[in-house]
Write a protein that binds this ligand. Sequence first.
Ligand code: PLP
Length: 432
Amino acid sequence: METTNHKLSSDEVLAKHDEYLFPSVVNYYKKHLVIDRGEGMYVYDPEGNKYLDFFGGILTVSVGHCNPKVTGKIAEQIKKLQHTSTLYQTENIVLMAEKLAKITPGALKKTFFTSSGTEADETAVFMAQHYTGRQEIIALRHCYSGRSMLAMSLTAHAPWRHGGTYIAGIKHAMSPYCYRCPFALEYPSCDLRCARDIEELIMTTTTGEIAGFIAEPIQGVGGFITPPKEYFEVAVPIIKKFGGVFISDEVQTGFGRTGKKMFGIEHWGVEPDILTAAKGIANGVPVGATIATPEIADSFTGLTISTFGGNPVSMAAALATIEVIEEEKLAENSHEVGQYLRDGLEDLQKKYPSIGDVRGMGLMQACEFVKENKVPDPELVGKLFEEMKKEKVLIGKGGLYGNVVRIAPPLTVSKSEVDDFLKTMNKALENC
Ligand SMILES: Cc1ncc(COP(=O)(O)O)c(C=O)c1O
């Protein structure tokens, strides 16, 4: 292991954090964890303790921490040209846009680059409204879209909505959350009631002339809520019937995360009109992307700018990340190792009745923790996090009630690392 060049201990970092940063940041543990460096599947604190990372910086470090192929390309580019703004054109931005046109589903072709998922979703909603000349948007309960005013208005989780002044014209459809079906029905005899209800939602709560529907193929922050396989085939034609466009929010599900396919929505057999991406697109370098059909993209010719959007360094990182995903067949690895992880989690479920539901696809797997009668158990999840930290394994949290453990390691993960993870999870659960 090479030497680290940090100057502050964990305690010193935490003291300065308390003093100089806004306190409104998420912390999973009784005491914040400070991270000093990362390599592959592992991160290290300033004291040299090594942690197995099974959350990948919130599904963002898609090809492993400091992947040499990606950091090498970043270093090369940063020495050549760091920034131009979108006032000027560069080779990297056009190559990345061309790449996205090739790998995204259906007729998606033209991209607008920004620096976050929030901006990608804002751009998508704006384009849907501009293209249709309408305002109203359908979103899903339990969805998460980001932290701007529009994104918080789209987001359907009370704990993530702040301020109380929301953008009007957003209606939230029932979530395809089978474990807690909002209609108290069972799949498949439910006949996809949650999807069919969108028609009544539009007819009763909108003007009947909607701009579009934004949905995550798997609801990430919601706790990896995974819709039944027919969900989008029922929901999207209803949106089309009322003149809306379909925006697939792939901020979490993009770039091989769900296994086999490059984008989550490809598992559901429908083609989006707009797709948004961020997180895993550039292995941790800030990139947001909104990809649309040429008709939608070309409908807006007004002035707009994203100073950092499509920056040559972030585009070099994104190009290199996708190259690694393709060359190393990581979407396949996500499927295969994801299934192995899923089997292991289902074995744990047999042993621990507190695991009420195991769900997800590929390397996007979750366990929902409950007491009797499916009562959410966030306290148990809090204890589990402390135990996992003691054992030096990082996991993620989610769900409306904070009772879902999200497991999403870098796509480079191996079966033996999954074995280590499962062993630790078992031990941690025994100690809870
Ligand atoms: C599905 C989804 N959309 C949008 C966002 C917002 O992305 P960002 O935090 O990069 O603004 C997130 C972030 O978690 C997300 O999960």
